[in-house]
Structure formats: structure tokens, C-alpha cells
Design a protein around this ligand. Structure first.
Ligand SMILES: N[C@@H](CCC(=O)N[C@@H](CS)C(=O)NCC(=O)O)C(=O)O
Length: 179
């Protein structure tokens, strides 16, 4: 059984896996799961989670950074640079503040995980439950962008090189670029 990743295109954790596969040149099969398709994920790993990497032989991985480490170690590693704790700290701040900007917009996009009306409605209902009225949040874009700026300002001087945040490609690039 060839290696296969199960993803949502909008999901930044899923992008970590895509990005690492692209950087390492590994050809993985890809399946974009519909948002309301819980059954596929439950049948693979017993619960509704994404990304999932099914390795050669059929064992499934559930943690995106474990998948990144696994894929990078398969042939010639590319994520060889050092990591900095400041980058993970900014990642956590960005994740907290950006969801109200991003999650409210994803269902407006033509993404394969929303290929059916039921899948798009499912996502919208899930996010409404977590964040409240999505259109109302979109109306607050200026204010929400303002709350993102301090973390971006702190990130800016930490970027050592436009091609690699710490000067040489590292797992920190996989943490930050998808965001
Ligand atoms: N620690 C896990 C977290 C995975 C996770 O939280 N995935 C979210 C999507 S970003 C999820 O599965 N949400 C439930 C769902 O979408 O059904 C990882 O890094 O891979």
C-alpha cells in the first residue's frame, strides 16, 4: 500500500505535510476529505482528526510534526537547520488570533473539502459553534487584523532569510509558512 496523506486544503497542519513532501520530493498519494466525511477518518484512526498519514504497510500517523519528521528522515533530510523557541511561541500567538480571520473565510472558497453543499454547511455549522456568527466576524476584519499585527511585528525581525526563517530550512519553516 503506497503512502497516502488525508488532508483538508485549508488546514495549516495539513499544509505542513504537503510542504515537507514537496521539499523532500516525496510522491505521496493525497486524498482531500469532505468536511462531513467522518467515516473515512474513523475507519482509519478511530476518530475525526486531520491530517492523517498512512505509511507504507498501512500504519497511520496522527501528529503533523511527527509526519514532518518521518517524511524528512525518509531520504535526504532537508529540514536540517536549528529551531528557535521564539518561533514556536509566535506560532502559538498567531494560531490564537488568526482563526477568526481565516476560519470565517474558508467556506467562501472553492475548496475540495467543501465540494458538496452538505460538506460546506457542515464546516460552517462547526465553526459557528466555535466562533459565533461568521459574517459578523468578517465585518470585524479591520479590528481582528489589528490584533494580529503585534505577533507579526515580533516575527518580522526574527526572519533571517526569505527562504528559511532561521537561515537554513528547519521545522520552524514548517510551523510558520503554512500560517
Ligand atoms: N496535534 C494534531 C492536531 C490535529 C488537529 O487538531 N486537526 C484539526 C484540524 S486543523 C482537526 O482534526 N479537527 C477536527 C475536524 O476537522 O474534524 C496535529 O498537529 O496534527
Amino acid at each position: 500500500m503506497p503512502m497516502k496523506r488525508y488532508i483538508f486544503e485549508h488546514c495549516s497542519l495539513c499544509f505542513r505535510v504537503r510542504m515537507t513532501a514537496a521539499l523532500t520530493g516525496l510522491a505521496l498519494e493525497e486524498k482531500v476529505v469532505l468536511d462531513d466525511d467522518t467515516a473515512t477518518r474513523v475507519s482509519l484512526v478511530g476518530r475525526r482528526v486531520i491530517p492523517i498519514l498512512v505509511k507504507d504497510g498501512g500504519t497511520a500517523m496522527l501528529e503533523s510534526m511527527d509526519m514532518v519528521a518521518y517524511l524528512d528522515a525518509m531520504e535526504d533530510p532537508v529540514l536540517t537547520g536549528h529551531e528557535r523557541p521564539q518561533i514556536s511561541a509566535i506560532e502559538a500567538r498567531l494560531l490564537r488570533t488568526m482563526a477568526r480571520l481565516t476560519m470565517t473565510r474558508y467556506p467562501l472558497l472553492d475548496l475540495p473539502e467543501f465540494a458538496t453543499v452538505a460538506a460546506r454547511d457542515h464546516f460552517t455549522a462547526r465553526k459557528r459553534k466555535s466562533f459565533g456568527d461568521l459574517a459578523e466576524l468578517r465585518d470585524r476584519t479591520r479590528e481582528l487584523l489589528g490584533s494580529l499585527i503585534p505577533a507579526l511585528n515580533d516575527l518580522d525581525p526574527l526572519i533571517e532569510n526569505p527562504r528559511a526563517i532561521n537561515g537554513r530550512l528547519s521545522r520552524d519553516d514548517v510551523r510558520i509558512l503554512p500560517l
